[in-house]
Design a binder for this molecule. Structure first.
Ligand code: FMN
Length: 156
């Protein structure tokens, strides 16, 4: 059961589609759930919001996670950080997690490894595969995706 978390202020984005494609290539089926963080709205600005709590439950019950963000200013989005801040240190309990970022060019291809992975590890993710970065204009056909899947499948 793979759950995708998508931290794009734009709903139903290419970032979301890329996360869904990643799940399909990894497991042969769509993610069992997608948390499109933007849907949680102002509930992310405090603690104890019921919809945020439900989204957290979905994440905590997953066998594995895909955590996806567009690149904004060389890092993941503030929106995604608001959701990740809802988790305590280590709360993911070493859940297998695959970081994914899309960007407008290859300029920030190390951003998922250098910026997203550390915060995921802080909340208890185990990230056994290299983090993946795709350019938004060709995320569906990029050879890097299939190459990455070959590696990442070993960890599921
Ligand atoms: C505020 C903002 C900042 C951005 N900063 C970067 C950046 O630093 N590096 C980059 O490669 N792309 C940057 N982009 C481009 C987005 O990463 C890109 O359009 C996005 O990944 C496309 O995914 P989407 O279709 O899911 O929104 C930025 C876009 C916006 C709106």
């Amino acid at each position: 059961m793979v759950v995708a978390i998508v931290g794009n202020p734009k709903p139903m984005s290419r970032t979301r589609a890329a996360a869904e494609l990643m799940a399909e290539k990894l497991t042969g089926s769509a993610p069992s759930a997608v948390v499109d963080v933007v849907d949680l709205g102002a509930g992310l600005l405090g603690w104890g919001d019921p919809a945020v709590a439900e989204a957290k439950r979905t994440v905590l019950e997953a066998d594995a996670l895909i955590v996806a963000s567009p690149t904004f200013k060389a890092t993941y989005t503030g929106l995604l950080k608001l959701f990740l801040d809802q988790f305590g240190q280590g709360e993911l309990g070493q859940k297998t997690t695959f970081p994914l970022m899309l960007g407008g060019s290859m300029a920030h291809y190390l951003a998922p490894e250098l910026t997203l992975r550390p915060v995921l590890v802080e909340i208890g993710a185990s990230c056994p595969a290299p983090s993946l970065y795709l350019v938004d204009s060709d995320y569906e056909t990029a050879p890097a995706l299939d190459e990455w899947v070959t590696i990442a499948k070993k960890f599921l």
